[in-house]
Ligand binder design. Structure first.
Ligand SMILES: Nc1ncnc2c1ncn2[C@@H]1O[C@H](COP(=O)(O)OP(=O)(O)OP(=O)(O)O)[C@@H](O)[C@H]1O
Ligand SMILES: [Mg+2]
Length: 349
């Protein structure tokens, strides 16, 4: 029998909501044990920085309790200005030499003082056979920002065993659950940022965070309709009907914002294609709560001419219908992608 692997609890702390997922490895696949999300107050997490640790801690503790999660080993991911991900091309060298090279030379690639950051790197698979050079993914993240998250979790008696980057966690879950390797663009639209990650022949070749997201819609609706944030959010989600006479201005807000999102996606695709004309992108895979805007998939399809898929990380997993209502699971699937990407990682390494 395959050895039972302990997996970490994935905790995705977004600017709008905390998402938590726990899985169990069963043979080649995964079983969903627990999944859920809890909103956090606006401003509690801003540009990836934990501004209100107590509020966020409370939301995480309540959600863990609700989901009856006992495991205390958690993994989180970060994004925003405090993390720099950079691909560099270096002469091939063995792992030990590479480690000391990075330690000595990282300063030239990173706009932060090296004393202030945690550094990590990964050699990427070489695409050209016989090449004497290698791409290396360099990641630097501000210690201060990461330590704030770890301290907040320690206060909840949780041990942070993994700190990943949002885009990598997304890539990881996509590669784990998708069958064929094709050239795709992963696009996660959250509340306050959009992450684009283009995967070509199984390797991430272009990754960027852009400061746009579904919160833009809420802000604009709040000022156009002269209502508070909470009510604007309800109008946005269709929970309350738009005030009579305001339908047109609401539609204008949605159109303008979605146009901006698509322009950003197109910019990334164009940049990729300019450098890789012989490797076209087959599909765009959408995740994040913002990707649930009505009609967005079709709009992106029309504008880019590419197939657009809504990412469902639970697609090939074992999800007990009695515990998890399939409709509910489908509806939360897009924003759960990063938490699920963290939850597939092993706790003991
Ligand atoms: N049907 C919908 N239409 C438009 N927006 C939606 C819909 N459903 C959820 N959202 C929005 O998605 C956002 C939450 O998505 P998500 O949980 O992916 O964001 P986050 O991870 O907290 O944010 P970020 O990653 O930007 O920090 C909220 O702004 C919410 O209003
Ligand atoms: Mg997010």
């Amino acid at each position: 029998m395959a050895k039972k692997e302990n997996l970490i609890v994935g905790v995705d702390i977004g600017s709008h909501a905390v998402k938590i997922c726990q899985l169990q490895k069963t043979g080649q696949t995964y079983r969903l044990l627990a999944v859920g999300s809890a909103a956090i107050p606006p401003g509690a997490v801003e540009d990836g920085v934990l501004q209100e640790p107590e509020e966020v801690g409370k939301a995480i503790a309540a959600l863990l309790k609700n989901l009856k999660i006992k495991s205390t080993k958690v993994g989180i991911s970060i994004s925003g200005y405090s993390v720099i991900v950079k691909k560099i091309n270096l002469e091939s060298m063995d792992d030990e030499t590479l480690a000391s090279y990075i330690k000595a030379e990282a300063e030239q690639y990173i706009p932060f003082d090296l004393d202030d950051v945690y550094l990590d790197f990964q050699k990427l698979p070489s695409k050209k056979e016989g090449s004497d050079r290698n791409d290396v993914m360099l990641v630097a993240a501000k210690k201060e920002v990461i330590n704030d998250y770890i301290d907040m979790l320690t206060n909840l008696k949780l041990t942070t065993v993994l700190v990943d980057v949002d885009g990598f966690a997304l890539e990881n879950i996509w590669e784990t659950v998708s069958e064929k390797i094709e050239n795709i663009a992963l696009v996660d639209i959250g509340a306050s940022k959009m992450n684009i990650n283009i995967i070509s022949e199984g390797v991430s070749v272009l990754a960027r965070d852009i400061v746009v997201g579904s919160e833009q819609l809420t802000d604009q609706l709040a000022s156009a309709l002269d209502v508070d944030y909470a009510n604007a959010e309800k109008v946005k989600l269709g929970i309350v009907p738009p005030p009579p006479g305001d339908e047109e201005s609401i539609e204008r807000i949605f159109n303008k914002t979605c146009t901006q999102w698509v322009l950003e996606i197109k910019k990334a695709l164009d940049l990729y294609l300019a450098n890789n004309p012989e490797k076209p992108i087959h599909s765009i895979v959408l995740s994040g709560g913002g990707s649930k805007v009505n009609g967005l998939n079709e709009y992106i399809e029309r504008e880019t001419g590419l197939r657009v898929l809504a990412f469902n990380p639970f697609d090939k997993m074992i999800c007990d219908d009695k515990t998890f209502d399939p409709n509910y699971l489908n509806s939360i699937a897009p924003e759960m992608a990063i938490a699920v990407g963290l939850a597939i990682r092993q706790a003991d390494f």
